[in-house]
Design a protein around this ligand. Structure first.
Ligand SMILES: [Zn+2]
Length: 342
């Protein structure tokens, strides 16, 4: 039996000494000190021995148990000390910082391009009233976009009867009215923000999206100023070799109005699937501010004139980066978002 004890002792101490981690140490603790361990089995043999043998074996087994416990404890301390020591030669863990969402980054980039040529950023409010979202913008009561299917109405009437009901703004153009009501020309403003429309969500529609509105009012502002400003923007945003095309259009708040296309960046105008073989991609709507809109804001249209334009941030971002589904912007999948970190 003495032989057995010696064998167990040298084996246990050797294995404990060679243990590489906490898990292995725990396995050894169970193996040598657990209920079913060899040491415990030897203890169970004590009652079969003579009185003299009992005392000797008991002492021997107890000191074996103590030795094993102490070896495990020492090894544990060893591990803990190693954990605490900093090994400066190890490579550092990579740290991921949050970044701007691609839509925020693009929106800021658009605003910066205009700020550099004297535009001032003004943010409007997402909750608006009928006056600022429609009436003041020359959208009469019977205009189809007034109807509930095009706008989220809130079940609250504005205090002022002229203002009608509250709603979630369906475009950023109310910012125009807010500024013109309070400011005397000349001014040049760029206004980014969220807008809402009860559209069915699909690859190109969302009930919430982002626009940037720009406008400028002064004496003698002409359509050529608008063209110059938009060409400056397109070259800065899409690249120097881009061309612009103005197509006549109708908007209630501008006269004359135009939709603006850029030459397709993919095929350079030759025609491809992105531009539906047309060679052009629509990027924004614009025009000269309608005299009725100026009048609604008590600006004299025979003295002042101005231009305005509005663009969808999602659309422009999709064109610039070749993104084919608007829903990707709102899913916040980090694998999508990190592709646009700069
Ligand atoms: Zn193309």
């Amino acid at each position: 039996m003495q032989e057995d004890i010696k064998k167990i002792e040298s084996q246990a101490l050797g294995e404990i000494n060679n243990a590489k981690d906490y898990r292995r140490l725990d396995e050894l603790r169970i193996k040598y000190l657990g209920r079913k361990s060899q040491i415990n089995q030897l203890f169970s043999k004590i009652p079969q021995l003579t009185q003299e043998e009992r005392a000797g074996l008991g002492r021997r087994l107890n000191s074996l148990k103590e030795a094993v416990s102490k070896a495990i404890e020492d090894k544990m301390k060893d591990f803990t000390a190693k954990d605490k020591a900093i090994d400066v030669t190890l490579p550092a863990d990579e740290i991921y910082f949050g970044r701007k969402h691609i839509l925020s980054a693009v929106s800021e980039r658009i605003c910066n391009i205009f700020e550099k040529i004297g535009f001032v950023v003004v943010e409007g409010t997402e909750t608006e009233d009928e006056w600022h979202n429609f009436s003041a913008l020359n959208i009469p009561l019977e205009h189809p976009s007034r109807e509930a299917f095009d706008t989220f109405y809130l079940d609250i009437s504005a205090r002022n009867s002229k203002s009608g009901k509250y709603l979630l703004r369906s475009h950023t153009s109310p910012s125009q009215i807010r500024v013109m009501e309070k400011t005397k020309p000349p001014f040049a403003v760029i206004s980014p923000g969220r807008v809402y429309r009860p559209d069915k969500v699909d690859a190109s529609h969302s009930f919430m999206f982002h626009q940037v509105e720009g406008f400028c009012v002064d004496e003698g502002i002409k359509f050529s100023h608008l063209k110059g400003v938009l060409l400056h923007f397109a070259k800065n945003f899409f690249g120097n070799d881009v061309s612009l095309r103005f197509r006549p259009h109708f908007f209630p708040f501008t006269e004359p109005s135009a939709e603006v296309d850029i030459s397709c960046m993919i095929c350079k105008g030759a025609g491809c699937s992105v531009c539906s073989r047309k060679g052009w991609l629509e990027i924004l709507g614009c025009g000269m501010i309608h005299p009725n809109v100026l009048k609604a804001c008590r600006i004299n249209p025979s003295k002042y004139s101005g231009f305005a334009f509005g663009m969808g941030v999602e659309r422009i971002t999709m064109l610039k980066y070749g993104i084919n589904d608007i829903r990707l912007f709102y899913e916040n999948d980090i694998r999508f978002l990190t592709q646009f970190y700069e």
